[in-house]
Design a protein around this ligand. Structure first.
Ligand SMILES: NC(=O)c1ccc[n+]([C@@H]2O[C@H](COP(=O)([O-])OP(=O)(O)OC[C@H]3O[C@@H](n4cnc5c(N)ncnc54)[C@H](OP(=O)(O)O)[C@@H]3O)[C@@H](O)[C@H]2O)c1
Ligand SMILES: *[C@@H]1O[C@H](CO)[C@@H](O)[C@H](O)[C@H]1NC(C)=O
Length: 446
């Protein structure tokens, strides 16, 4: 750390000197103050590029911000013909040194439900957010469209890069080139039912994927001496068959390839913390939903159906086990918990939950009831959706994060269901307009 600091002061010295010199030179040259300022800015950005290009990985953005601040001061001087630029440049340097540079986060799974909420949250905190997206023949960035700014626009603070948790070389490349302060591993084949059908792939992405990202972070730290914090998206599914309430000390008894893989990822994370002193945290998150929840997860499947049935686009809803009980929270509340874990002095593992659980049947009652329908008239059981081994009851005990980090959920069960039904009702209305005008068939979802 200290070494990096000395280097960066060194790195800063010559561009600032150059700034000051060209400033003085321009002060004596012809042209209106405005054209002089403009040409000055061009030089400043050139210098900033030169210092922040490849090979100068030592705090480049810090350099960049100091240079541009110095440039602004120099423009001021051009207008006001101050006797010397040097003291001002030095003053600028010292004020800039006191302000925190913009933090960078790297998120795997940025295109998912949690990825999109976390991105919004981190952008609001002033972060630059980098995300790893999978190559797909269809666009998979719908959840990010509302926050996307074209990368040619210098105000864009969210940046997307192609990569995959199965591709160690890509992970390594992005960690090394982005130099993040915080890495959030949210990427996963996250569907429990699908994990029974694609077990190898699930293990590769969820378990070994976490290991690959941990390795990329570890080697990056080893070669650069930088500080990087790592968040692992753990799941209440890891508790599986262990009865509730479940907290950080409850034994894991996973009941699906997905859950087993999450347990492996959990222990990889603990191991990297113990073996290498990595600042790595496991968030053991109980189910969390939102209007952006994937459409083949039971809550969203229900609220989508409620909207479409209410509007007259659908007649039946097929589901599996209605007796399963879950602790459902709002994803927007949960991403804040992820961030909080990485802001502490010491890395640790935390359960994140509402401590309130409901069965799928209760969810149905609440969601259909919200639009004045009776769920029994529409729902049919399809044994195809039963799991080879079911998880009956998950209800978290989140005393640790509530007491130590002051986190608590803001949205309760009823509010969550209402939020999802309202959003899906609006969506169904739009679909109805398209269907009625012949732009889509009524079974199609645009
Ligand atoms: N939501 C919950 O209730 C809950 C609870 C506990 C834990 N978790 C875990 O928390 C994380 C986020 O959950 P979520 O609800 O946001 O899940 P999600 O909506 O299914 O998002 C998963 C993300 O992972 C990406 N992904 C899938 N395979 C990948 C691969 N091979 N390489 C890189 N990225 C890949 C997906 O990309 P595409 O968009 O291209 O598919 C997507 O961005 C997941 O790890 C999940 O298992 C979720
Ligand atoms: C850059 O993005 C900002 C924020 O979205 C927007 O206000 C501005 O018009 C954009 N500039 C250009 C040149 O597109």
């Amino acid at each position: 750390m200290e070494r990096a600091w000395v280097f960066s002061v060194w790195n800063l010295f010559w561009p600032i000197m150059m700034m000051v010199l060209s400033c003085e030179k321009r002060r004596n040259s012809a042209g209106s103050p405005d054209t002089r300022s403009q040409s000055f800015l061009v030089i400043a950005s050139e210098v900033a590029c030169a210092t922040t290009g490849p090979g100068s990985e030592l705090m480049p953005r810090f350099c960049g911000s100091i240079i541009s601040a110095t440039a602004r001061r120099c423009i001021f001087l051009n207008h006001h013909r101050a006797p010397t630029a040097l003291p001002v440049a030095l003053a600028t340097l010292s004020t800039m040194a006191e302000t925190e540079p913009m933090k960078k986060a790297l998120i795997s799974g940025i295109t998912g439900q949690d990825g999109s909420y976390l991105t919004e949250f981190l952008l609001s905190k002033g972060y630059e957010v980098h995300g790893i997206i999978r190559r797909s023949s269809n666009f998979n960035t719908q959840r990010l469209e509302h926050i996307y700014i074209d990368p040619h626009n210098s105000s864009a603070r969210m940046k997307l890069h192609y990569g995959d948790l199965t591709d160690a070389s890509a992970l390594r490349k992005w960690v090394d080139s982005i130099c993040p302060d915080e890495v959030y591993n949210l990427g996963a084949q996250s569907h429990v039912g699908v994990s029974f059908e694609n077990p190898d792939y699930t293990a590769d992405v969820v378990a070994t994927g976490a290991l690959r990202l941990l390795e990329a972070v570890r080697t990056h730290i080893e070669t650069t001496g930088r500080k990087v914090r790592y968040y692992q998206a753990g799941s209440s599914e890891m508790y599986g068959a262990t009865p509730p309430p479940q907290d950080e000390n409850t034994v894991f008894h996973p009941r699906s390839p997905y859950a087993v893989s999450k347990v492996a990822a959990h222990w990889y994370t603990v191991n990297y913390r113990e073996a290498y002193g990595l600042f790595a945290c496991n968030g053991i998150l109980f189910n969390h939903e939102s209007p952006r929840r994937g459409e083949n997860f039971v809550t969203r499947k229900i609220t989508r159906a409620v909207g479409r049935i209410k509007i007259g686009l659908q007649k039946k809803l097929f589901l599996g086990n209605l007796k399963a009980s879950r602790d459902w929270g709002f994803a927007g509340d949960y991403v804040e918990a992820m961030w909080l874990m990485l802001q502490q002095d010491k890395p640790d593992d935390y359960v994140v939950a509402t401590e309130d659980s409901h069965t799928v049947e209760e969810f149905l009652e609440e969601a259909f009831g919200y639009v004045g329908l009776n769920w029994q008239d529409y729902v049919e059981i399809d044994p195809r959706y039963f799991r080879p081994s079911e998880v009956d009851n998950l209800r978290g005990s989140s005393a640790k994060i509530r007491e130590l980090l002051g986190w608590k959920p803001k949205v309760d069960f009823k509010q969550l269901v209402a939020m999802m039904v309202e959003s899906d009702l609006e969506r169904a209305k739009r679909e109805k307009v398209l269907a009625d005008n012949g732009y889509i068939a009524s079974h199609q979802q645009p």
